[in-house]
Design a protein around this ligand. Structure first.
Ligand code: ZN
Length: 369
């Protein structure tokens, strides 16, 4: 059968350069009106009985080329289990072999979480007792910005994710968080907290197969100081809703291309920084690392110097605006090196479990917030 590559589906991204014999040469497509690219997700048909070489020729020009060394492509034949395949990064080209015994295979930067999956997550969560759903607004392409609310407590907590749509592990994290919040284990926390949860801040980028931006090529996590209906309605509607509720604790969930570990980033450098405010952020990290081998506090980003926080980023903005303990969580595309999984790497299941660990850690310190 003829080899065929296709990415014309929800969250797909790839362009065929050439198919010659058993070699398939590909390019990742840029985000619309932007230079960012790194997310890929495509289908291979006609593969049975062949040993194929797949090559992404423009890997060196991706947004984070230092993400490729040590990275392994995820592959699936059933779209349920995504395994790592041996991957090379040489001469600016990312390549791997495929000799599966199936007709079809799918390849992606990370196990995908499509808009269809998002819709199903919102549907089943909204049916759970105690959960309420509302649309906070619409994206530039007209998709809903979904928010799920649960809990009766006085303390407002915001969980939001996927400002960067290629970071698909974050919506697996959200799935884990929402499922746990629907269990009896969450009862004590829900008596103290009202959660407002936005599982996907960037539905347009998700559906379009973007790495980092919305339909207008805007990086939503550089808009929080001045979101606009023209450029970033996704941020504007969420920030307005936060202004109505206030916020004592927030988590903005991301994926990191380069660092092979889970880590958090805080709000050093905001104008209102105090040691007491910062101490609660560091305490969250310490408790989370003590709670699960899938978290650590050694590796991470450099801290901003005093007064130099980037206020266009949500974590800094919420820490300053509300005095919130505001946490950026980063999960790896590679693996959590201190506790690796040689088959799946960092994975959907582990992302879901980490969400539970985060909420259990929050439960343990909610009275201090
Ligand atoms: Zn991100």
């Amino acid at each position: 059968m003829t080899l065929s590559i296709n990415a014309a589906f929800d969250s797909g991204n790839i362009r065929v350069v050439a198919i010659e014999g058993d070699r398939i040469d590909l390019e990742i497509v840029r985000d619309a009106q932007s230079d960012f690219y790194q997310w890929f997700h495509f289908r291979l048909a006609g593969a049975r009985g062949r040993r194929l070489t797949l090559r992404i020729l423009n890997a060196a020009g991706a947004a984070y080329p230092f993400g490729w060394p040590g990275y392994k492509v995820r592959a699936s034949v059933d779209r349920q289990e995504w395994r790592m395949v041996e991957t090379r990064y040489e001469g600016g080209v990312l390549s791997w072999e495929w000799d599966g015994d199936t007709e079809l295979a799918w390849f992606a930067y990370f196990a995908p979480y499509t808009m269809e999956m998002h819709e199903a997550l919102v549907a089943r969560t909204a049916l759970q007792p105690g959960f309420a759903h509302r649309e906070l607004g619409r994206s530039l392409d007209g998709q809903a910005i979904d928010c799920l609310t649960v809990g009766t407590g006085a303390k407002p907590v915001w969980l939001y994710a996927r400002q960067h749509p290629g970071e698909s592990m974050v919506e697996w994290w959200m799935e884990g968080a929402l499922e746990w919040l629907a269990t009896p284990f969450a009862a004590d926390l829900l008596a103290k907290v009202t959660f407002h949860i936005v599982p996907n801040m960037n539905p347009d980028g998700t559906r379009r197969g973007h790495l980092r931006t919305n339909a207008a090529g805007v990086n939503l996590n550089r808009e929080w100081h001045a979101p606009s209906a023209e450029r970033s309605p996704e941020v504007l509607c969420v920030r307005n809703a936060m202004d109505e509720t206030g916020c004592v604790f927030a988590m903005d969930v991301h994926g990191d291309e380069a660092i092979a570990a889970n880590f958090i980033a805080g709000y050093e450098g905001i104008a209102s920084w105090t040691e007491d405010h910062g101490a609660k952020f560091y305490e969250f990290g310490r408790r989370l690392a003590a709670h699960t081998p899938d978290f650590q506090t050694e590796l991470g980003y450099d801290k901003a110097p005093p007064g130099k926080a980037n206020m266009s980023m949500s974590t800094n903005q919420l820490a300053e605006r509300f005095g919130a303990v505001s946490v950026t969580l980063e999960m790896p595309f590679k693996d959590h090196a201190p506790n690796p999984d040689p088959v799946h790497g960092w994975s959907p299941e582990r992302s879901k479990r980490l969400a539970v660990s985060c909420l259990e850690t929050l439960s343990g310190m909610i009275d201090t917030l």
